[in-house]
Design a protein around this ligand. Structure first.
Ligand SMILES: [Zn+2]
Length: 229
Protein backbone atom coordinates (compact mmCIF):
# COMPACT_ATOMS: atom_id res chain seq x y z
CA UNK A 1 0.00 0.00 0.00
CA UNK A 2 2.80 2.31 1.00
CA UNK A 3 4.55 1.58 -2.34
CA UNK A 4 1.35 2.33 -4.24
CA UNK A 5 1.00 5.72 -2.51
CA UNK A 6 4.64 6.56 -3.38
CA UNK A 7 4.08 5.51 -7.00
CA UNK A 8 0.91 7.62 -7.21
CA UNK A 9 2.78 10.58 -5.71
CA UNK A 10 5.55 10.25 -8.32
CA UNK A 11 2.97 9.97 -11.11
CA UNK A 12 1.09 13.11 -9.96
CA UNK A 13 4.38 15.03 -9.62
CA UNK A 14 5.52 14.10 -13.12
CA UNK A 15 2.13 15.01 -14.63
CA UNK A 16 2.29 18.42 -12.94
CA UNK A 17 5.77 19.06 -14.32
CA UNK A 18 4.59 17.98 -17.78
CA UNK A 19 1.60 20.33 -17.61
CA UNK A 20 3.75 23.21 -16.39
CA UNK A 21 6.21 22.52 -19.19
CA UNK A 22 3.39 22.47 -21.73
CA UNK A 23 2.22 25.91 -20.62
CA UNK A 24 5.79 27.20 -20.60
CA UNK A 25 6.41 25.90 -24.12
CA UNK A 26 3.26 27.62 -25.44
CA UNK A 27 4.02 30.85 -23.61
CA UNK A 28 7.55 30.77 -25.03
CA UNK A 29 6.20 30.22 -28.53
CA UNK A 30 3.79 33.16 -28.18
CA UNK A 31 6.55 35.43 -26.90
CA UNK A 32 8.76 34.38 -29.78
CA UNK A 33 6.02 35.22 -32.29
CA UNK A 34 5.30 38.60 -30.65
CA UNK A 35 9.01 39.40 -30.77
CA UNK A 36 9.11 38.29 -34.41
CA UNK A 37 6.35 40.77 -35.37
CA UNK A 38 7.98 43.60 -33.38
CA UNK A 39 11.42 43.00 -34.82
CA UNK A 40 10.22 43.08 -38.42
CA UNK A 41 8.14 46.20 -37.66
CA UNK A 42 11.02 48.09 -36.10
CA UNK A 43 13.43 46.98 -38.81
CA UNK A 44 11.04 48.48 -41.40
CA UNK A 45 10.70 51.72 -39.41
CA UNK A 46 14.45 52.15 -38.88
CA UNK A 47 15.63 51.14 -42.34
CA UNK A 48 13.23 53.66 -43.86
CA UNK A 49 14.03 56.47 -41.44
CA UNK A 50 10.34 56.78 -40.51
CA UNK A 51 10.21 59.57 -37.92
CA UNK A 52 6.78 58.74 -36.47
CA UNK A 53 6.24 56.19 -33.71
CA UNK A 54 4.40 52.89 -34.02
CA UNK A 55 4.21 49.75 -31.92
CA UNK A 56 3.31 46.25 -33.09
CA UNK A 57 0.89 43.85 -31.48
CA UNK A 58 0.18 40.22 -32.32
CA UNK A 59 -3.51 39.77 -31.56
CA UNK A 60 -4.99 36.35 -30.82
CA UNK A 61 -7.85 36.76 -33.29
CA UNK A 62 -7.99 34.10 -36.00
CA UNK A 63 -9.19 36.69 -38.49
CA UNK A 64 -7.06 36.98 -41.63
CA UNK A 65 -6.49 40.65 -41.00
CA UNK A 66 -4.13 43.39 -39.87
CA UNK A 67 -4.91 47.03 -39.09
CA UNK A 68 -3.64 50.28 -37.62
CA UNK A 69 -5.71 51.49 -34.66
CA UNK A 70 -7.24 54.98 -35.12
CA UNK A 71 -7.20 55.39 -31.37
CA UNK A 72 -3.53 54.89 -30.45
CA UNK A 73 -1.88 53.99 -33.78
CA UNK A 74 -0.89 50.50 -32.64
CA UNK A 75 -0.32 48.20 -35.57
CA UNK A 76 -2.22 45.00 -34.93
CA UNK A 77 -1.43 41.76 -36.73
CA UNK A 78 -4.08 39.09 -36.17
CA UNK A 79 -2.81 35.58 -35.54
CA UNK A 80 -4.96 34.40 -38.47
CA UNK A 81 -2.77 36.25 -40.99
CA UNK A 82 0.44 35.74 -38.99
CA UNK A 83 0.23 31.95 -39.17
CA UNK A 84 -0.45 32.11 -42.92
CA UNK A 85 2.76 34.05 -43.58
CA UNK A 86 5.45 31.58 -44.62
CA UNK A 87 8.42 33.95 -44.69
CA UNK A 88 9.66 37.20 -43.18
CA UNK A 89 9.16 38.74 -46.62
CA UNK A 90 5.41 37.99 -46.48
CA UNK A 91 5.07 39.29 -42.94
CA UNK A 92 7.04 42.44 -43.85
CA UNK A 93 4.53 43.06 -46.68
CA UNK A 94 1.59 42.96 -44.24
CA UNK A 95 3.35 45.09 -41.60
CA UNK A 96 4.74 47.55 -44.18
CA UNK A 97 1.24 48.22 -45.51
CA UNK A 98 -0.03 49.05 -42.00
CA UNK A 99 3.01 51.26 -41.32
CA UNK A 100 1.90 53.39 -44.27
CA UNK A 101 -1.54 53.88 -42.65
CA UNK A 102 0.22 54.66 -39.39
CA UNK A 103 2.42 57.33 -41.03
CA UNK A 104 -0.71 58.96 -42.52
CA UNK A 105 -2.40 58.93 -39.11
CA UNK A 106 0.06 61.64 -37.96
CA UNK A 107 -0.87 64.06 -40.72
CA UNK A 108 -3.24 67.02 -40.50
CA UNK A 109 -5.18 68.82 -37.79
CA UNK A 110 -5.17 67.85 -34.11
CA UNK A 111 -2.05 65.68 -34.44
CA UNK A 112 -3.74 63.67 -37.15
CA UNK A 113 -6.86 62.98 -35.07
CA UNK A 114 -9.15 63.44 -38.05
CA UNK A 115 -6.78 62.09 -40.70
CA UNK A 116 -8.78 58.90 -40.91
CA UNK A 117 -11.61 60.90 -42.53
CA UNK A 118 -9.46 61.13 -45.66
CA UNK A 119 -9.27 57.37 -45.85
CA UNK A 120 -13.04 57.20 -45.33
CA UNK A 121 -13.66 59.48 -48.29
CA UNK A 122 -11.22 57.76 -50.66
CA UNK A 123 -10.35 54.47 -48.97
CA UNK A 124 -9.15 52.63 -52.08
CA UNK A 125 -6.69 55.40 -52.94
CA UNK A 126 -5.09 54.91 -49.51
CA UNK A 127 -4.94 51.15 -50.00
CA UNK A 128 -3.02 51.48 -53.28
CA UNK A 129 -0.75 54.04 -51.65
CA UNK A 130 -0.06 51.74 -48.68
CA UNK A 131 0.70 48.80 -50.99
CA UNK A 132 3.24 50.82 -52.98
CA UNK A 133 4.82 52.43 -49.96
CA UNK A 134 5.13 48.97 -48.39
CA UNK A 135 7.04 47.79 -51.48
CA UNK A 136 9.54 50.67 -50.94
CA UNK A 137 9.75 49.96 -47.22
CA UNK A 138 10.43 46.28 -47.90
CA UNK A 139 13.19 46.90 -50.43
CA UNK A 140 14.90 49.46 -48.17
CA UNK A 141 14.83 47.02 -45.26
CA UNK A 142 16.18 44.09 -47.30
CA UNK A 143 12.93 42.16 -47.91
CA UNK A 144 11.85 40.80 -51.27
CA UNK A 145 8.78 42.78 -52.49
CA UNK A 146 7.48 39.95 -54.73
CA UNK A 147 6.26 38.41 -51.46
CA UNK A 148 3.55 41.07 -51.36
CA UNK A 149 1.91 39.52 -54.43
CA UNK A 150 2.26 36.09 -52.82
CA UNK A 151 0.70 37.07 -49.50
CA UNK A 152 -2.17 38.84 -51.29
CA UNK A 153 -2.87 35.99 -53.68
CA UNK A 154 -2.86 33.47 -50.84
CA UNK A 155 -5.05 35.40 -48.43
CA UNK A 156 -7.20 38.08 -50.04
CA UNK A 157 -10.53 36.93 -51.49
CA UNK A 158 -11.86 38.14 -54.82
CA UNK A 159 -15.03 40.22 -54.55
CA UNK A 160 -17.27 40.70 -57.55
CA UNK A 161 -17.40 44.49 -57.32
CA UNK A 162 -15.34 46.98 -55.34
CA UNK A 163 -17.81 49.86 -55.43
CA UNK A 164 -19.06 49.34 -51.85
CA UNK A 165 -15.76 48.12 -50.51
CA UNK A 166 -12.98 49.97 -48.70
CA UNK A 167 -10.44 47.85 -50.58
CA UNK A 168 -9.84 47.57 -54.35
CA UNK A 169 -10.36 44.21 -56.05
CA UNK A 170 -7.48 41.92 -55.08
CA UNK A 171 -6.61 41.30 -58.75
CA UNK A 172 -6.21 45.06 -59.22
CA UNK A 173 -4.09 45.44 -56.10
CA UNK A 174 -1.77 42.63 -57.18
CA UNK A 175 -1.38 44.08 -60.68
CA UNK A 176 -0.66 47.56 -59.34
CA UNK A 177 2.04 46.05 -57.09
CA UNK A 178 3.39 43.98 -60.00
CA UNK A 179 3.55 47.06 -62.24
CA UNK A 180 5.23 49.09 -59.48
CA UNK A 181 7.91 46.44 -58.90
CA UNK A 182 8.38 46.01 -62.65
CA UNK A 183 9.07 49.73 -63.12
CA UNK A 184 10.96 50.57 -59.94
CA UNK A 185 12.69 47.36 -58.87
CA UNK A 186 12.81 45.18 -62.03
CA UNK A 187 15.72 43.08 -60.71
CA UNK A 188 13.33 41.31 -58.33
CA UNK A 189 11.28 40.06 -61.29
CA UNK A 190 14.20 39.40 -63.63
CA UNK A 191 15.86 37.26 -61.00
CA UNK A 192 12.76 36.10 -59.18
CA UNK A 193 13.47 33.86 -56.21
CA UNK A 194 9.73 33.23 -55.88
CA UNK A 195 9.26 32.17 -59.50
CA UNK A 196 8.24 28.62 -58.53
CA UNK A 197 6.23 29.55 -55.46
CA UNK A 198 2.73 28.04 -56.01
CA UNK A 199 0.94 31.24 -54.99
CA UNK A 200 3.07 33.26 -57.40
CA UNK A 201 2.51 30.69 -60.14
CA UNK A 202 -1.21 31.03 -59.52
CA UNK A 203 -0.96 34.81 -59.78
CA UNK A 204 0.73 34.38 -63.19
CA UNK A 205 -2.10 32.09 -64.24
CA UNK A 206 -4.95 34.34 -63.12
CA UNK A 207 -3.39 37.63 -64.23
CA UNK A 208 -2.74 36.67 -67.87
CA UNK A 209 -5.25 39.13 -69.31
CA UNK A 210 -4.12 41.97 -67.03
CA UNK A 211 -0.44 41.32 -67.73
CA UNK A 212 -1.10 41.27 -71.48
CA UNK A 213 -2.60 44.78 -71.14
CA UNK A 214 0.45 45.87 -69.20
CA UNK A 215 2.85 44.40 -71.79
CA UNK A 216 0.94 46.27 -74.52
CA UNK A 217 1.33 49.50 -72.56
CA UNK A 218 5.09 48.96 -72.34
CA UNK A 219 5.37 48.06 -76.01
CA UNK A 220 3.53 51.20 -77.12
CA UNK A 221 5.24 53.44 -74.56
CA UNK A 222 1.81 54.50 -73.43
CA UNK A 223 1.48 56.57 -70.24
CA UNK A 224 -2.25 55.90 -69.97
CA UNK A 225 -3.33 54.37 -66.68
CA UNK A 226 -4.64 50.85 -67.12
CA UNK A 227 -7.90 49.90 -65.45
CA UNK A 228 -7.14 46.31 -64.47
CA UNK A 229 -9.84 43.69 -64.04
ZN1 LIG B 1 -4.91 49.06 -45.67
Amino acid sequence: MKKLIILLFILICSLTVYAADGVLINAGETEKQEKHVSEIGFRLLNANGIPTRAIFILDNSREINAYCSNFNRSIVICRGIYTRCESDDELAAIIGHEISHSVDSYKGLFRGAISYLNSWVTPRKYEYKADKRAVDYMVNAGYNPVAMIIVMNKNFPQKRYEVFSTHPLSTRRMMEVYEYIYKKYPEYLANNKYRNNPYYQNFLLTSQENRAKFQEKIKTNSTKKIRYK
